[in-house]
Ligand binder design. Structure first.
Ligand SMILES: [Zn+2]
Ligand SMILES: [Zn+2]
Length: 506
């Protein structure tokens, strides 16, 4: 496999600075057609965005479809009922060529074009209850793709100029660049900035409203440098190898989707795959990546979007229940073990399965977790809040004052028991929360482990009795780890969680 991956290291920045150590060939694009080559360069570099810049335009992605015809089908009735909306279909995802085989991971987004982010949010709130639309699939997105289009100030050693783009290509294996102020854990309370070193090519450009730094690396080299917290040398090799195949597949399946507008394939954070350059290259990651070199999962001519979550809680969830739109068939609702269970998409069956858990691969009573996961309640958990405190938390997290929380009422559950739409009934108002991730954010200072829960109310407290850790779609990591420990092979594990998919070597 000779694919290259474009990894976004910094974006939405006004200043970028760093240092080239070792020798680089540096190519500056001065304007539309003039290039300037600075051969064998090294030293400190910096880039600054000029003061007046255009703003990005935003829209609402109404879904993600496997054909433009399906996107059209969604938009036609909407245009008829709301002729004032400015609608469009955007292509996302990528086509890849491998050994004469064409892999097509394109998808189509029906979008409502708005303007500012807040305009888009206001229109989205209005469209949520409209029949024929799926509010779980709504996502506010930037519409234009980031391309080098605005000149910015760049300096490297003695050289200084206004340029459109710069590419810094390492001239030998020891050439490494350092980048300052790289955020780690974006959006989390533990977010911090570090100076990190990277191999491969560095490009800097500006689409007009921000500066972007992109690192290009061969796929296998990129995978070897991702920070696989789930790939440790003390875990069974079949588990780590399954994870490596999933990671490789996910890059090909999601390139130009999550970061369609940002100008790169994947980001360097947990959002896509945590990547911290040369600092974290670890044998525990390198071994399973090399043992599975080039292997991906295919679903006909699409690469499988091999998502995974820490613990499914007993049943895996369907893709469309979590992200809306169209979901691939391999994200079926499946028991995480050799037992039969019916769907648990109502409160009563969710309660029974939470209180009397199945013999799931991710149930630590039957398949003890390896250290340090054995310290956390990842399969079944419980949180209690006083009604006033829960109300204050909901206000802090959603910006809506609901008063004292009287009840958490599930409006819609997925088949794994996860709540997809939740009403928070308060003494002052009822707040409807859409989507499992928003529900998890609204009810916890950080994130609730999952939205698979039932409640027990007393006058003094509301208790959430829950199960699973994460969205539950695709591979259950703790389940897969138990399967590997029990001696099951990599293909068996992958077929369990992505039924019908085909492992191939590209
Ligand atoms: Zn990302
Ligand atoms: Zn599981």
């Amino acid at each position: 496999m000779n694919f290259s991956v474009d990894i976004g290291l910094l974006w939405e920045e006004e200043n970028i600075s760093g240092e080239l150590t070792g020798e680089y060939a540096v190519q500056c694009r001065m304007d539309c057609c003039r290039y300037l080559n600075l051969a064998k360069t090294t030293g400190k570099f910096s880039a600054q965005l000029p003061a007046s810049q255009s703003a990005a335009t935003y829209g609402i992605r109404l879904g993600e479809m496997f054909s433009s015809a399906r996107a059209e089908q969604m938009l036609t009735p909407l245009q008829a009922s709301r002729p004032n909306l400015d609608l469009d279909i955007l292509e996302a995802g990528k086509k890849w060529e491998a050994n004469g085989r064409e892999l097509d991971n394109r998808v189509w987004w029906p979008v409502v074009q708005c303007g500012s982010r807040s305009d888009a949010e206001a229109v989205a709130a209005e469209l949520r209850e409209l029949p024929g639309l799926d509010p779980l699939a709504f996502m506010i997105v930037k519409l234009e793709k980031a391309e080098p289009s605005a000149p910015f100030g760049f300096s490297l050693g003695e050289f200084s100029a206004r340029i459109l783009e710069v590419r810094m290509v390492p001239l030998d294996a020891n050439s490494v660049f350092r980048l300052h102020h790289v955020p780690i854990g974006r959006g989390f309370h533990w977010q911090r900035k570090e100076t990190l070193s990277y191999r491969g090519i560095l490009s800097l450009f500006s689409p007009g409203h921000e500066l972007t730094a992109v690192n290009r690396l061969p796929m296998e080299m990129y995978l070897e440098s991702t920070v696989g917290s789930e790939m440790r040398s003390d875990l069974p090799p079949a588990f780590s190898q399954a994870q490596a195949i999933c990671a490789r597949s996910t890059v090909l399946a999601t390139a130009n989707r999550h970061h369609r507008a940002d100008g790169f394939d994947v980001c360097n954070d947990d959002h896509c795959q945590c990547y911290q350059g040369t600092q974290r290259e670890a044998q525990a990651v390198i071994e399973p990546v090399r043992a599975t070199a080039g292997q991906v999962l295919l679903d006909e001519n699409r690469v499988v979007d091999a998502r995974y979550a820490k613990s499914c809680g007993g049943l895996s969830e369907k893709y469309e229940a979590v992200w809306g739109g169209e979901g691939p068939a391999y994200f079926a609702v499946r028991p995480c073990g050799e037992y039969y269970t019916r769907n648990i998409n109502d409160d009563d069956s969710a309660r029974i399965s939470l209180v009397e858990p199945p013999k799931a691969f991710c149930n630590p009573k039957h398949y003890p977790y390896p250290d340090p996961w054995d310290k956390d309640p990842l399969f079944r958990w419980k949180y209690s809040h006083a009604p006033e405190k829960l109300g204050a938390l909901v206000e802090e997290k959603t910006g809506t004052a609901v008063g004292k929380v009287r009840e958490l009422r599930s409006v819609k559950r997925g088949q794994s028991g996860r709540i997809l739409i939740l009403d928070i009934l308060g003494s002052e108002r009822t707040l409807r929360v859409y989507g499992e991730l928003n529900i998890r954010r609204a009810l916890s200072p950080s994130h609730l482990p999952s939205s698979y829960f039932v409640t027990e109310n007393s006058s003094a407290q509301i208790t959430l009795i829950g199960g699973g850790w994460g969205h539950g779609v695709g591979l259950c990591q703790l389940g897969a780890c138990a399967m590997a420990k029990a001696g099951m092979s990599v293909p068996r594990i992958l077929d369990w969680y992505y039924p019908g998919s085909m492992p191939v070597v590209l």
